[in-house]
Design a protein around this ligand. Sequence first.
Ligand SMILES: [Zn+2]
Length: 359
Amino acid sequence: MPHLKTFEKSREKSCSVMAERNKIPLFKHLQNDGIVFMPLNENQEKALSNLNTKLQTGEYQTTPLPCLCGSNDDILIASKDRYGLSLDTSLCMNCGLMRSDPYLDEKTLSLFYRDDYRDIYIPAIVEKRREVNLIFRDEYIAGQSIKNFIGDMSHCKTIFEIGCGAGGTLAFFNSLGMTTVGCDYGRAYVEFGLEQGLDIRLGGISQLLELQKGGIRADIVILHHVLEHFRDPVAEINKIAALLSEKGHLFIALPGIFSMRKYYGSLLPFLQNAHVWHFCLKSLDFLMEACGFRQRIGSELIYALYYKIQEDDLKKDWRPRHNVGNDILKYLTNIEKIRWLPTARYLIRKLLPQRTMDV
Ligand SMILES: [Zn+2]
């Protein structure tokens, strides 16, 4: 494949040039210049300014985040995000995982989600009951999409959802006669869900591990736009494995790299400081297999369903089986070349009145 060889050579050249210039990203128009790409309202601007101050004064700390595969064959592809925040995004050419590195440490992350995240990422003031109601409705529709994707769920009796928001998705599965339990850190969401008669716990996975200790396990655990926020996804997936019944499945939805053009137009709108890891279906499979899971069905959206590998088949190694890094690099290079029109379309959509959560 001559085209690929040319591409390889240009990559090597780019890498050496990059090293010489000390952290100039592969896509030079994504160098950190502090310019905000997203249309922001006054509240968002204020929240973003507060976050920047905390980062610059050292109140918020970042630490290096090496690739999960242990390789350092990285390419720095961008050094800013769509909010104009300084954010280095690296692509591991060994395994194809893309990540924010360095990234907020665990202590900072909990402060970020408590004090900053909502005001920056959710333009509406969701504490207003009306807005939570709209979020609940969108979550309910997401539940229908998940059901359509999975297909036959006649064997499913119990569903857990981590980061369930106001619980609309759980309400959908309740309507099918299933038992559901969720957890979320957003107090306003949890209170709304409780008012709807749902079993939602304030907090994270540890809230659901309490159920597991009591002998209650899930046939399906849902991670809907959550996995990409974990700094240590391996640790979190291992906890989730303990929540599942013997033949249980883990459903994952997240923004897939190969659907970037369709949903975001180009790389910059896709990059956001709340996302630590970025996946295509193959790199997600790679992570999941290293955690003891195998894909049942999946799409590049990403919607994917995983089951636990039996101990006999378990090979928890980190050897990638595909040249995913090159495929991703090629895709990103192509969409960045023709980014103007798709990106403009994305911006226009954002400028139209928004109902609920940002993506
Ligand atoms: Zn890697």
